[in-house]
Design a binder for this molecule. Structure first.
Ligand code: FPP
Length: 227
């Protein structure tokens, strides 16, 4: 969800206003994806590297995160959305951690859209944690037994389909340590639209582009067509 700061700067507003508008875009996108029947949506809200931002911005982002957890969970629940937070939550305040647990348990049995918020998340962290979890679960197994299938069961989002589509807003064309394991075969869609301007029609445009791609998963185009 890139471009909040630039959106605000263009309007001579403080960066935080861009993040507030970004939260409105989150609500629009979640609601639209839910209506479209998207199975799983993962939003990159705060990376392990975002702690390097000015203290004031980090504090305000934490405040927004807390407020969103407290105020939006009821509506998510009403709409059958299952909320999950992925990332290392131990760095968050106790209040945020408690609200994460409340929001997750309240929506745990919902069977609609699975909404994953990546917070203090990094793809490399995810892979390292998965190795540790595998070792904890298999303390007597030699490391030679660890394979892609076994590791894949311990990364975040295990059990959900691998992402079909990555959308990056704000004009950058990089992955920035997002779901590096899970996105091995994901289609990428880059757009100059700044995140606060991202709306229902932007989602539709990305999905239309995705629907026109030929996904080969290593096979030839002829093989795929004959399936
Ligand atoms: C990146 O834009 C955005 C963030 C680091 C924060 C994302 C947060 C929100 C969208 C609002 C809160 C969301 C939740 C789920 C509580 P940037 O600041 O890097 O923008 P720039 O590239 O224009 O500077």
């Amino acid at each position: 969800m890139d471009g909040n700061g630039r959106w605000a700067k263009k309007r001579l507003l403080p960066r935080f206003i861009g993040h507030q508008k970004g939260l409105n875009a989150v609500k629009r996108v979640v609601s639209h994806c839910s209506e479209l029947g998207v199975r799983s949506l993962t939003l990159f809200a705060f990376s392990t590297e975002n702690w390097r931002r000015p203290e004031d911005e980090v504090n305000k982002l934490m405040g927004l995160f807390l407020k969103a957890l407290q105020r939006e969970v009821g509506k998510l629940d009403e709409n059958n959305v299952k909320l999950q937070i992925i990332g290392d939550r131990s760095a968050f305040s106790e209040e945020i951690q408690a609200n994460i647990e409340l929001a997750e348990s309240r929506t745990a049995d919902n069977v609609g859209l699975v909404l994953n918020i990546a917070a203090n998340y990094g793809g490399r962290w995810d892979v390292v944690e998965a190795v540790k979890k595998w070792q904890e679960k298999n303390p007597h197994s030699p490391i030679s037994e660890l394979d892609e299938q076994a590791l894949g069961q311990h990364v975040c989002l295990a059990g959900l389909p691998e992402p079909d589509l990555l959308i990056r807003t704000g004009g950058e064309q990089r992955i920035s340590n997002f779901l590096i394991w899970q996105m091995a075969y994901t289609e990428f869609f880059f757009t100059p639209t700044l995140w606060p301007d991202f709306d229902e029609s932007s989602i539709d445009e990305a999905i239309l582009s995705f629907s026109q791609r030929e996904r080969r998963f290593g096979k030839t185009g002829d093989q795929v067509k004959s399936c």
